[in-house]
Design a protein around this ligand. Sequence first.
Ligand code: UDP
Ligand code: MG
Length: 312
Amino acid sequence: MKVISIIVPAHNEAENIPVFCERAQPILESLGEAYSYEILFVNDGSTDETLEVLKQASSRDSRIRYIDFSRNFGKEIATTAGLHHASGNACILIDADLQHPIELIPEFVNQWERGFEVVVGIRNKSRSDSWIKKVGSVIFYAILNKIVETKVVPNSTDFRLLDRMVVNEFNRLTEVNRMTRGLIDWMGFKRTYIFFDAHERLHGTASYNFWKLARLAFNSFVSLSLLPLRLAGYLGIFITATSSIAGFYILLGKYFFRWHFASTFSDAENLAIFIVFLVGILLMSIGLLSLYIENIHREVLGRPLYIIRRKS
Ligand code: UDP
Ligand code: MG
């Protein structure tokens, strides 16, 4: 019998969890005799009755399990913990707030049975999104796709199915600052996509507000590349080049050839150009440092050099 693990990060979802189970269980049972399932909730430092609700649910039904975090660690860590503790042949990550349509789970399983090792839910654009979120996500994916080595599909979500093989590889990754879907994309494997319309959140409010999202975006840039530091380096090269050309022009023009325009520069202005030149050198040094940091960064992440699908 194949086991399907449903992994649900939950932060203040007391009202949603009973509804989630009520809707998910008939769907999971409809998969047929060949499958059994577990629903693994990760209580991510909720301050409401989430824990009590989970205790009750799991005492009624042994297929409902939970992990209780000592405090709020964030969704990325919660999904990671879920993957560490899940036992299924396939694991499905899904939100507790019923924004990800549970009805699609059989379709995810279906694609998995057809041989796909990662099934990614892609969210159709929704009109209810604020413009900040829309513009933000366009910019985010544009930059992300410039700087990462693997292609990231816009609007891909955490609503995903992972084969056991993929989960085992995922569990070897050790970085602390992580974006689960970025890591899954980095790992490769045979993947397919399922499009869905996100529902409105059933109860409660989204805890990912603008600042939390911005921080997540910033974190993923910083953990994926040193582009910002490199930019400082490029700026340095530009400043050094332009100011040294200006400096030489004035030096030659004023003291050797007595060009008219060059002679109009005062000593203070010459000094200013010299200082700008030094700033350029400083920025260039920062860019140079970034090259060393990049090397260290890569070593410290300790990512596996490669991921093997299977050996004969
Ligand atoms: N979540 C979590 N820890 C957090 C914030 C959110 O485990 O610190 C969970 C939350 O309970 C939900 C999922 O992550 O199941 C998505 O969160 P939310 O609905 O707040 O974000 P959005 O729908 O805007 O992505
Ligand atoms: Mg939500």
